[in-house]
Design a protein around this ligand. Structure first.
Ligand SMILES: *Cc1c(COP(=O)(O)O)cnc(C)c1O
Length: 382
């Protein structure tokens, strides 16, 4: 069976959604085959370097376990999550084997939980390094870790001055099996931004002071910055999920998502009718409206793309987005064409994630990770 609705059995420990297609107000279809295709497309650009999958925030809202399982079929054996809790849940779901890195490092006192789940912490500070080393020395075996250096984003990673101090201390990495030295780019989606080259140079300088290990610098957009940025392991997230890693250029990735909302009701109104909260819209003449069962509580920002689509026809939102519903102007469709229960498209062939995001003056990442828990989720292409 190719269409796994994920209902009932819910083996997916990291995805809470189990509402049925008939009960739900909206249906989110996630094409795991397209995610695999995107992985292959990125891999093809890496000239033999390895490619991980970034699964933080439940796989950017799409279901970390499902995505991981799909990527493993492509030979992916390294994943990155942000938080320890995400790593523990993912390990439970996918079992032993693939490496799971925890990008934000470990909160103090949580080290034993990371050991138990066989996770690879990303050590971002001397403090985290020392805590991990103590656990390693205590258990009498060497423990794996990734070292992150701050090459210029000032977010996570060891500051250059701390790396210089560590480089002078021969015992600093005792008990630690350094599997990866990494850093993160602040401006990779702006290929001409001078920070990219500055960060590359700083990464080169800093990694040479650390124990020799495979290196990793590129996120999705970093993969498109050219061969210097590839190193041994790339860490794409967004591009796997169909977000354009080259803003301003055509999207080289395959679309992954379809979001459709159900028509809850249709009506005709006359001139002067007030529509929605605050009557911010008033009918200038007779018009037909449809109310759909999706609102800002489902993560559709009040400023996100302001139209839905049906049969290739654009249906503009009228009035304000409500918590659980949005009102559409359906006057462009023949009368009776749209019925209660019909599905209109919010994300799909007519309107991409990036389109929806740009209306909201935000990025596709925020649209994806906001998409709500009330949807019925349908996984296809598994
Ligand atoms: C989120 C993240 C990534 C993935 O970034 P994308 O832009 O989604 O490809 C890679 N590395 C680190 C450190 C991250 O935080």
């Amino acid at each position: 069976m190719n269409d796994d609705t994920g209902r009932g059995s819910s083996a997916d420990a990291t995805s809470p959604s189990t509402v049925s297609a008939t009960a739900a107000g909206a249906i989110l279809t996630i094409d795991l085959g397209a995610i695999r295709e995107n992985y292959r497309r990125l891999k093809a650009r890496l000239d033999g370097a390895r490619c991980a999958g970034v699964l933080k925030a439940d796989g950017y809202g799409l279901g970390a376990t499902k995505v991981a399982t799909a990527l493993m079929k492509e030979g992916c054996d390294a994943f990155f999550v942000a938080l320890l809790g995400e790593g523990i849940a993912l390990r439970k779901a996918i079992g032993p084997g693939p490496k799971i890195h925890v990008l934000n490092g470990l909160p103090p006192g949580s080290e034993a939980e990371a050991v138990a789940a066989e996770l690879v912490p990303v050590l971002n500070s001397t403090f985290q390094l020392k805590a991990w080393r103590e656990i390693a020395l205590g258990t009498g075996r060497s423990l794996p870790a990734a070292l992150q250096v701050d090459s210029g984003m000032s977010r996570l990673g060891m500051p250059p001055a701390d790396v210089e101090v560590l480089a002078q201390d021969p015992g600093a990495f005792g008990g630690i099996d350094v599997r990866l030295v990494m850093s993160h780019l602040a401006c990779a989606d702006e290929p001409r931004h001078p920070a990219n080259e500055q960060q590359w140079l700083e990464f080169e300088r800093l990694r040479k002071m650390l124990p020799e290990a495979p290196a990793s610098l590129a996120n999705s957009s970093g993969i498109f910055l050219g061969p210097l940025y590839r190193y041994d392991l790339a860490r794409p997230g967004a591009a796997l999920y169909g977000i354009n890693p080259t803003p301003g250029e055509p999207n080289p990735m395959a679309p992954v998502l379809r979001l459709e909302a159900k028509v809850a009701q249709t009506r005709s109104v006359g001139r002067g009718a007030g529509v929605g909260y605050g009557h911010t819209f008033r009918a200038e003449g007779p018009m037909r409206l449809a109310t759909i069962s999706l609102g800002y509580a489902d993560g559709w920002h009040r400023r996100a793309a302001s139209a839905a689509w049906f049969d290739g026809v654009r249906l503009p939102f009228v009035g304000r987005v409500s918590m659980d519903s949005i009102i559409l102007d359906i006057s462009a469709l023949p009368a009776g064409r749209l019925q209660e229960g019909d599905l209109v498209e919010l994300i799909g062939p007519s309107q991409s994630v990036d389109d929806a995001a740009s209306h909201a003056h935000t990025i596709g990442y925020e649209i994806l990770t906001s998409l709500g828990a009330r949807f019925h989720r349908r996984y296809v292409g598994a």
